[in-house]
Design a protein around this ligand. Structure first.
Ligand code: SAH
Length: 351
């Protein structure tokens, strides 16, 4: 038996301790210890010693180890590369904004979505993270940095809706009043646009912000940049997004990485406006982050593009770049580590 207690809800812990013949209050005690980031069961000082030993024998306790830590001298952004129990590495970024400290978490080791501009997907997906491994990124970033976390963005490595059950479990755990108690309205989840899972998420009625990585105003460009579009298409994605808004009442935020000569002309802005017509959308323009392996370059027309959207009534913001001196864009640090440790196979090595 190798039970991952930290992935369990309080109710599930209740059942677990009932079966061990323990009093009901044990569940809450253990839940609180786990979410505070204990690194061994022996630290759970209000539990009888025999129970601590029993847990030690039968349960796992996920504790990520800091493999690399880079702190920006420019803005205090910290990027962590964590080593997990199976040796896999994932990234987490702590960003200090005026509206609070925000942590960007990963949800998979690698990614299968294949977006051509993204460093996280170059080696494919190795595995899904468990809810506890996603939660640990928030707990241990807070513990290591001493910064209280106010907001979470699921914009790290991986596609959250391709790990649906563990991600939803994580959302409930991190939102729990006996845990980190981070409000759903302080959480953003970013997806490349898996339509069936967006519908499934809508049914849960969570008050989080859904970000959809659109990046292109038509099928021709989007299918070239994002293989996921080939099966679905922009129209069906927009239908799904409108349905999401109707069901949840939550306005969608569209991410649009601006790439030189690819998706950044006035004509593209007009197509985007037509696509979003009638939606209460918000567009977040991201100047493309250079990745070594890619010929795509950042756009030089971000402001003009923004102004054109704004002039036609669509709210558009430009994402501020943090941690420019520390490879803070997701997927980059993990790749650097893999290259340096010789873990990249021939297939993954850039030509
Ligand atoms: N799988 C999720 C989360 C990915 S990362 C998704 O696709 O939304 C968060 C955002 O960063 C996504 O919008 C992603 O498309 C974007 N992104 C990835 N690589 C980028 C790059 N090189 N420059 C700018 N944005 C990038």
């Amino acid at each position: 038996m190798n039970v991952d207690l930290k992935s369990m809800t309080l109710e599930e812990l209740g059942d677990f301790f009932r079966q061990l013949g323990q009093p009901a209050f044990r569940a809450k005690q253990v839940f609180q210890w786990l979410h505070r980031g204990v690194t061994s069961f022996s630290e759970m000082s209000n539990l009888p010693k025999s129970l601590r030993q029993q847990l030690e024998e039968h349960c796992t306790l996920t504790v990520p180890v800091v493999e690399r830590r880079q702190e920006s001298k420019l803005d205090g952004t910290i990027k962590y590369l964590w080593r997990l129990s199976d040796g896999s590495c994932i990234e987490t970024v702590l960003m200090r904004y005026q509206h609070g400290n925000t942590v960007c978490v990963s949800c998979q080791v690698g990614c299968n979505m294949g977006c051509v501009f993204c460093a996280s997907t170059l080696g494919g997906k190795v595995r899904n993270l468990t809810a506890s491994e996603i939660l640990d990124q928030v707990i241990f970033t807070q513990k290591d940095s001493g910064a209280t976390i106010h907001n979470i963005v699921m914009m790290g490595i991986g596609e959250p809706l391709d790990n649906f059950d563990q991600v939803v479990r994580f959302l409930h755990l991190v939102n729990h009043p006996d845990g980190l108690n981070i409000g759903m309205r302080h959480i953003s989840l970013s997806t490349c646009g898996l339509v069936n899972q967006i519908d499934k998420l809508a049914q849960l009625g969570l008050q989080l912000t859904l970000s959809v990585s659109l990046h292109a105003p038509n099928d021709e460009i989007r299918s070239r940049l994002m293989p996921v579009n080939r099966a679905v298409g922009v129209e069906r994605l927009m239908d799904t997004c409108r349905r999401y808004f109707q069901t949840t009442g939550r306005r969608i935020s569209y991410e649009y990485a601006m790439i030189d000569g690819v998706n950044d002309s006035d004509a593209h802005a007009d197509q985007l406006l037509a696509l979003l017509k009638g939606q209460q959308a918000h567009v977040n323009l991201i100047p493309l982050n250079n990745i070594e392996e890619s010929p795509l370059k950042p756009s030089r027309r971000v402001r003009q593009f923004q102004q054109r959207l704004e002039a036609h009534g669509v709210t558009a913001t430009v994402r501020r770049k943090l941690g420019g001196d520390i490879d803070a864009s997701c997927g980059q640090l993990r790749r650097k580590q893999m290259k340096e440790s010789g873990a990249l196979s021939g297939k993954e090595q850039p030509q």
